[in-house]
Design a protein around this ligand. Structure first.
Ligand code: RP5
Length: 163
């Protein structure tokens, strides 16, 4: 199956966080590719990735990075594809550095910034599915079923003292 989503990240150390994006896409049967592309350690590869992303058939890019997190913004600067940025929780500043690096884009180049850490990674995967579902009725059905099941889980067990 042609992968329509690329999940890129600044380092292998980001994978435990970014895996959340992969998990929800696995659940909703959306094909993706995963790759380490570092804005600082492999800048030429980043430029190449951004230039080739459309030709490779991607429709959405999820980019996770921590600290001086320039990856999402720089890849957005090199492609018209929507970029979803995930601030990875850093050790020194708990991800506030990552968040502010990703969210404060200059007018004219957009990055959709998600929450810091695992919730952000999961929601980036979910949002990628929601974008693709606009042109994929079967995926839209799977998304509706996921949301319904989530709602029922809460409604079926509203007592906070119970597991
Ligand atoms: C960023 O620096 C990466 O996205 C990662 O979150 C952070 C630390 O990278 P490592 O030193 O663990 O490779 O570029």
């Amino acid at each position: 199956m042609q992968a329509k989503v690329a999940v890129i990240m600044g380092s292998k150390s980001d994978w435990p966080t970014m895996q959340g994006a992969a998990d929800i896409m696995d659940k909703l049967q959306v094909a993706y590719e995963v790759e380490v592309v570092s804005a600082h350690r492999t800048p030429d590869r980043l430029m190449e990735f951004g230039e080739q992303a459309v030709a490779r058939g991607f429709e959405v890019i999820i980019a996770g990075a921590g600290g001086a997190a320039h990856l999402p913004g720089m890849v957005a600067a090199k492609t018209r594809l929507p970029v979803l940025g995930v601030p990875v929780q850093s050790r020194a500043l708990n991800g506030m550095d990552s968040l502010l690096s990703i969210v404060q884009m200059p007018k004219g180049i957009a990055v959709g910034t998600l929450a810091i850490g695992e919730a952000g990674a999961f929601n980036a995967g979910l949002m990628a599915c929601q974008i693709l579902a606009n042109n994929d009725p079967a995926l839209a059905e799977r998304l509706e079923a996921f949301r319904q099941a989530q709602t029922e889980t809460v409604l079926d067990n509203p007592d906070p003292r119970e597991e």
